[in-house]
Write a protein that binds this ligand. Structure first.
Ligand code: PRP
Ligand code: MN
Ligand code: MG
Length: 179
């Protein structure tokens, strides 16, 4: 699989070190609030798993599956719910956990939905953000890393469902998606 990767952009140690820092920050901000932490499947699953272990306060977790990319490298612009939350968000302090904010359409859709469902507060924690392709302006409260306008995979991020299991963030070789 490594042969499909042009370059490792963020290695395992750097990723984990940054997640330690985010955990400390989030712990401080949510002390005593019992936040509902929402993982946006599938991309955010590895980040979520590592992040919550570093948040040292009472919390609850829920999962939502959203898809806009399918097997393409470009967003379809159509956001679909594949699996909804199990918990009510009414009056809850919500922290949305994402792997990447690219066009921002996925996040804008989720934030809008949670607002309509009367969440008490909504914050966003994203591991990566790619400012180059932003369409919807969304406020991100915790950001791991800013990434360049390249197709990145690994640590949850896929291309056609593959590469999610890489422990690092890598740039995919163009020849993999240009065939
Ligand atoms: C990817 C990624 C984010 C979203 C970001 O999800 O995990 O959720 O796209 O893109 P945007 O800012 O342009 O909306 P995808 O739809 O590929 O589903 P997945 O998480 O299951 O891979
Ligand atoms: Mn996703
Ligand atoms: Mg995807």
């Amino acid at each position: 699989m490594r042969k499909d990767i042009k370059e490792i952009l963020i290695n395992e140690v750097t990723l984990q070190r940054r997640i330690d820092e985010l955990g400390v920050e989030i712990t401080k901000d949510y002390e005593g609030k019992n936040p509902l932490i929402i993982c946006v499947l599938k991309g955010a699953v590895l980040f979520m798993a590592d992040l919550v272990q570093r948040i040292d306060t009472t919390l609850e977790m829920d999962f939502m599956a959203i898809s806009s990319y399918g097997d393409s490298t470009k967003t379809s612009g159509q956001v679909r719910i594949l699996k909804d939350l199990e918990k009510s968000v009414e009056n809850r302090d919500i922290l949305i956990v994402e792997d990447i904010v690219d066009s921002g359409l996925t996040l804008a859709y989720i934030i809008n939905l949670l607002r309509e469902r009367n969440a008490n507060s909504i914050k966003v924690c994203t591991l990566l953000e790619k400012p180059a392709r932003r369409v919807a302006q969304v406020k991100m409260d915790y950001i791991g890393f800013e990434v360049p306008d390249e197709f990145v995979v690994g640590y949850g991020l896929d291309y056609a469902e593959r590469y999610r299991n890489l422990p690092y963030i890598g740039i995919l070789k163009e020849e993999i998606y240009n065939t």
